[in-house]
Design a protein around this ligand. Structure first.
Ligand SMILES: Nc1ncnc2c1ncn2[C@@H]1O[C@H](COP(=O)(O)OP(=O)(O)O)[C@@H](O)[C@H]1O
Ligand SMILES: [Mg+2]
Length: 303
């Protein structure tokens, strides 16, 4: 585990010299990724705009190990309410691990050990008293590969209401239509609600899965590369949909597609080897990041 007392990676390598003019901010020096690769603790460069947001989800000093291998290091990340936040970074940097930790899907692995905390609306996600089923209801999860249940389109959408014992047909119909509308799938689905969801195309299945997640009225929608199995047209529809969800829903989306992150998100978090390197408004991250390393990644120089 890392502590604040460990040497900073961007500490000067040479003895400090006196300068008549102010030195550039330490954040601007370019050796952080090498320091991370050496296993050193490097503080996250978090832009001050985040301080003006209300965080619905707070990741607070979170570490995670798979057996002896540490996959997440001292992550501090506040996810703003009603905004789309993108997690980007090279393959294997811990994006999915972080997303799965948010709704405790990693609990299913007995080799996983964690320290630190995550809070949803101020309440610890990892407190022993937390009902994990309820927690997962508050976090809709959309995976890389669409996973419709082997039942009708209608039953897929109202699944969470059925689990809660809702029987009123009018309520079910209303939620079904509203959720499919919100997922930009109503027009294509309304005449075939009784058909099996398995007969839909990949892009339709993914919008159905988003509708199913929305129907449960989650506080946060988690999406792990939701377009990576889709063609460009279906991808465009999902991206438009994410854009439309803004304001009403909080979305935390993993993507390795830089265009997608810049098109769909309000905030972008850049991860590298299990650490959060820089986090700020998407526009700033893509046009004037504080760190040279972030710039190198988003311009495709590595990763
Ligand atoms: N179930 C697992 N068991 C052991 N190691 C894992 C497991 N899942 C992921 N890892 C490791 O954790 C690191 C982060 O993986 P992951 O979160 O999948 O990264 P990303 O989503 O950014 O590609 C990688 O080194 C990966 O090999
Ligand atoms: Mg992943």
């Amino acid at each position: 585990m890392t502590t604040a007392s460990e040497p900073m990676a961007d500490a000067p390598r040479e003895p400090a010299r006196r300068h008549a003019t102010p030195r550039p901010a330490p954040a601007l020096r370019g050796d952080r990724l090498a320091a991370i690769a050496r296993g050193e603790a490097v503080p996250t460069e978090t832009h001050r705009e985040l301080a003006g947001e209300r965080a619905i989800l707070e990741v607070d000093g979170f570490n995670l190990w798979y057996g002896t291998k540490q996959a997440l290091h001292d992550i501090h990340l506040d996810v703003p309410f009603g905004k789309v936040t993108a997690l980007v970074g090279p393959s294997g940097c811990g994006k999915s691990t972080l997303l799965r930790s948010v709704n405790r899907l990693n609990d299913l692995l007995d080799t996983v050990r964690i320290t630190g905390d995550m809070r949803l609306d101020g309440a610890s996600i990892y407190h022993p008293s937390v009902d994990v089923i309820q927690l997962r209801k508050r976090m809709g999860m959309v995976f890389q590969k669409p996973n419709p249940f082997p039942m009708s389109i209608y039953e897929n959408v109202v699944y969470s209401l059925r689990i809660d014992g809702v029987r009123d047909r009018r309520v079910l119909d209303e939620v079904c239509e509203r959720s499919l509308q919100a997922a930009a799938f109503w027009d294509e689905a309304k005449d075939r609600l009784k058909e099996s969801a398995l007969g839909l195309s990949g892009g339709q299945q993914q919008r159905l899965c988003i509708a199913r997640a929305i129907a449960a009225e989650p506080d946060v929608l988690l999406m792990d590369e939701p377009c990576s199995a889709l063609d460009p047209i279906a991808t465009g529809k999902i991206e438009d949909l994410i854009d439309a969800l803004k304001g009403e829903y909080t979305v935390l989306i993993v993507t390795h597609n830089m265009q997608q992150a810049s098109r769909t998100s309000d905030y972008t978090a850049f991860m590298y080897l299990g650490r959060l390197v820089e986090y700020g408004p998407t526009e700033a991250i893509f046009t004037r990041p504080h760190l040279a390393e972030t710039n190198d990644y988003i311009t495709g120089r590595f990763g």
